[in-house]
Design a protein around this ligand. Sequence first.
Ligand SMILES: Cc1ncc(COP(=O)(O)O)c(C=O)c1O
Length: 491
Amino acid sequence: LALDFPRLEPASDQPLVEQIAGHYRAAIQRGRLRPGDRLPTIRSVAARLNVTRTTVQEAYRRLSETGLVAATVGRGTMVLGGEASGPDSVFSPSALAVQSHQSTALYTPPLGTEVRVPLAELMPDQVLLPVEEFRVSIERVLRERGAELLVYGTPAGHPELRRVLAERRECADLACTPDEILITNGAQQGLDLVLRAFTSAGDAVAVAVPTYHQLLGLLHAHRLELVPVQTGPDGIDLEDLARVVARVPVRLLCLMPTFHNPTGRSIDRAQREEIMELLASTEIPVLEDEFQRELRFAGEPLPSLRALDRRGLTVTVRTFSKGLFPGVRTGWVQASLELLAPMIALKRATDLESSPLLQAALADFVSGGALDRHLASLRAELAGRHRAAQEALAQHMPAGSTWSRPEGGFALWYEGPPGLDGDRLADAAAARGVLVIPGRVFDPAVRSNPCLRLSLSRATPAQIREAIAVLGSCADQLLRRQDQSWRPSFL
Ligand SMILES: Cc1ncc(COP(=O)(O)O)c(C=O)c1O
């Protein structure tokens, strides 16, 4: 039985139930409570916190709703996953679901965090969304073709949207035809379909790490083994990639060549060519996640890996989520007909198709020029936000810090001097209203590292400067405390 009790913040706006649930959620997600551990009894928590049992019961119910714990008859409330959630549990989601949940090392800010500057999610800024122009597109397609768009369409996607996308300049280097595009429910479904189409349970998948944390959960859900390929400021470690490719029978290589999540960095042209050279004698398919490709505000456009792959074995996953709206849940996959066919079949089998109405509205919006107008102003805005961040980082962060200099996208990667712990820095900043994600979340093998991901998509340049000043002062404080703890005790 884990004797781990929350500390309530009486002044917090957060209801007691949420404070209690949040405490245990964080304890499970950070590994303080492990699969098989039991939460303290409802009665003991109620007594310790001086709250009613119903309050604690409700908190535990919320945790069990998300599959983190299960109430077992006679054995209390147990953290799920591993052996202990075996067949005698009254309720147990599949081991796979639990593993997938736990393998995504989410970061939960401390209780009572009041967000002043949100630098956590890669989410577009609501105030910049072209809502009005999208309303016009929806209304137009509904008026002109409503009935046709409110019945079933086709699994590969609405022909009009596929045509419009194939004609876009950004797709041009891929010499893409509408038939080589599959519309998906966001890039996330694109990733899922590629994994379904090219791998089977137990296969090894090479992934450049650090990486997008929701890819990690997806790999677990497909029972795939992640084989890490190291990356750094100079891009992919090509020697590591060569070793991985030669050693294990890798079934797929996952890369994010442009404005990578979490670092914001891009693989330069020479390295893109080297990667393809290295793969030339293999038949390993490449999944390139180009989720922010259209968000370039500096530098020259780079060829996609698909354009450089003479074997024709690269699949590109793209999305409207960052350059436009995530709420339309629309992305697409670009690949040769041969590679796309099994994915279209799987798309039909899993959710039939994406919404014809939304796809037609997006086609109208893109072909009328509204997307390009929006992207032009978004790129300019992002350039200003990144400029503010670069200046503020140079001004406020402690000696020994480094950071990426992205030429596009929302994300920026900060690496502190050795010994600075990203989780503690994120917690300290959250306590002062600045939300960021610690670097550990993006690498399954790492317990702690001195890195942070900053998303600049939802804060103004002034807010970014203010937030980075806070990060700098928190980092200084943590480093000072660390210095003191090294002092011999007789001083
Ligand atoms: C690298 C990466 N790929 C895919 C996605 C999923 O995007 P979508 O909203 O289009 O499903 C995200 C979302 O943040 C992402 O960061």
